[in-house]
Ligand binder design. Structure first.
Ligand SMILES: C[S@@+](CC[C@H](N)C(=O)[O-])C[C@H]1O[C@@H](n2cnc3c(N)ncnc32)[C@H](O)[C@@H]1O
Length: 211
């Protein structure tokens, strides 16, 4: 079993705020303006579902599919008020999720840092196939500048991996090269924002439209 947050589900949001204040949330909230009405959204690894409440406050008429591997997380998400949006909850691993439809917009936040290189590629291509050509992928995660990685960022990241390996069997030991995956798949960056002194990077990617 890898990346199962059941044991930490109840404490995840307070812990995130304790360490990162509101930076993890702000990185994601800042991207919500890219959602347009009447869209089909796919949220993968959505955790406690606080994002559903945030979306519900600013958008309505959306059909949202919420995929989560942790039973405890998805239970908490089900209790959130998503406003005037319809949410379908799917208790599944991203890599096993099957869908008959494709989506206009995809959200993954602090999901890929859980994966080693091979699994990151597997999940990336699985989700890429579920996003419509021209669709948006709201991506956020931790970030280390490969040319000049800061010392405190490296120490914090290492400590987080030790903690999450112990508590949630997270397999990864370092961040996968997600920017390389997006680039190789022909995605364009539409908007980039940095948070928590550059340790969190939020990128809005657009998938190449059909020619
Ligand atoms: C670090 S938390 C982030 C939660 C949420 N996106 C947020 O920003 O608050 C990562 C979430 O991804 C989920 N997760 C990990 N591996 C997964 C997988 N293979 N498929 C689906 N969800 C996964 C975990 O259960 C956890 O809820």
């Amino acid at each position: 079993m890898t990346g199962n947050y059941d044991r930490i589900a109840r404490f995840y949001d307070p812990l995130s705020r304790l360490v990162f204040f509101n930076a993890q949330r702000n990185a994601q909230k800042n991207q919500l303006k890219f959602i347009n009405g009447d869209q089909q959204l796919l949220i993968v690894g959505g955790g406690t579902g606080w994002i559903l409440e945030a979306i519900g406050k600013s958008h309505s008429g959306l059909e949202i599919t919420f995929v989560e591997i942790s039973a405890k997380m998805i239970d908490m998400a089900r209790r959130k008020d998503a406003g005037n949006n319809v949410v379908h909850f799917v208790h599944a691993a991203a890599e096993e999720f099957q869908s008959e439809i494709t989506y206009d917009l995809l959200i993954t936040a602090f999901l890929f840092d859980n994966f080693g290189t091979e699994k990151a590629g597997q999940v990336f291509y699985k989700l890429d196939a579920l996003l419509k050509p021209g669709g948006l992928w709201l991506f956020s995660d931790f970030y280390l500048n490969q040319h000049k990685p800061g010392i405190w960022q490296r120490i914090l990241l290492k400590s987080m991996y030790v903690f999450f390996r112990t508590i949630a069997q997270v397999e990864a030991k370092t961040l996968p090269d997600t920017e390389g995956l997006f680039q190789a798949a022909g995605y364009c960056q539409q908007a980039v924002s940095m948070h928590y002194n550059g340790f969190i990077k939020a990128i809005v990617y657009r998938k190449a439209p059909l020619k």
